[in-house]
Design a protein around this ligand. Structure first.
Ligand code: MHO
Length: 240
């Protein structure tokens, strides 16, 4: 019976009256990792050069729930990648504070670039944007610690967060967008680009594809990412 129904679905079939019956194609199952979003989410915003890299690097971290890349720090209204004005490429990371604290996340930001090196041009400058007084204090304490450790002034900008302009869809989860077969699976799961951008599973896979994360972490969560068996095999190749 089930087989007959499935066959019917595959070849299309007619009702008694002869009108075509549209049977739903099996909808892909959304990743288990995306099924629950924590009640409380905090957001960190920072810039570390081209935003594709921090999107991948931080998206893979356990406790990170969403990532999005965009433009901030400037005054031009409605910036785009081509007309950026005085903005900087940045990433926003939403995280579950019961699993990862702002302090731990910012600690990783300090460690993942050279804060005392050249700041670079505005588009790619290193910066941490604070959204609250509490965040400002944590960021400034980190800066003081780095300066004491390195004996040099920190060049990374520390700025209040203004409007964060979400970048074009084609910049979100860039590594994953460039992996032909896996992005096909994800486009089927999330036809809407905003849903795709907000997928935790997509953030993790985007990181793994960039060589981030560990085989242990991947093993622990590979069945939660919404991939087909073929997709899983493909992803494993990237994580060594
Ligand atoms: N144009 C650079 C970086 C892209 S970025 C989003 C590149 O080709 O790698 O600024």
């Amino acid at each position: 019976m089930i087989v007959a129904l499935l066959l019917g679905a595959a070849v299309g079939c007619s009702s008694k009256e002869g009108a075509p019956v549209t049977l739903m194609k099996a909808t892909p199952t959304r990743p288990a990792l995306d099924a629950t979003v924590p009640d409380r989410i905090e957001t960190a915003t920072f810039a570390l050069g081209c935003f594709w890299c921090p999107d991948a690097k931080f998206g893979v971290i356990p406790g990170v729930v969403h990532t999005r890349v965009g433009y901030t720090g400037g005054t031009l209204p409605n910036p785009t990648y081509r007309i950026l004005g005085d903005h900087t490429e940045a990433v926003q990371v939403d995280f579950d504070p019961s699993k990862l604290t702002f302090e731990q996340l910012i600690d990783r930001v300090w460690k993942s670039h050279n804060p005392c090196g050249v700041r670079g041009k505005r588009q790619y400058m290193s910066a941490i944007f604070y959204a609250t007084e509490e965040q400002r204090k944590i960021v400034e304490a980190g800066r003081d610690r780095v300066e004491a450790e390195q004996g040099k002034p920190v060049k990374t900008a520390i700025l209040p967060l203004g409007t964060f302009h979400v970048a074009e869809d084609y910049h979100q989860k860039y590594e994953l967008r460039c992996q032909g077969e896996l992005i096909k699976e994800f486009t089927a799961l999330y036809p809407d680009a905003r849903d795709f951008m907000n997928s935790t599973a997509a953030a993790r896979i985007n990181g793994y594809l960039a060589g981030q994360g560990s085989p242990e972490q991947l093993n622990a969560e590979i069945d939660l990412l919404g991939l087909t068996e073929e997709g899983k095999q493909r992803l494993r190749i990237y994580v060594r």
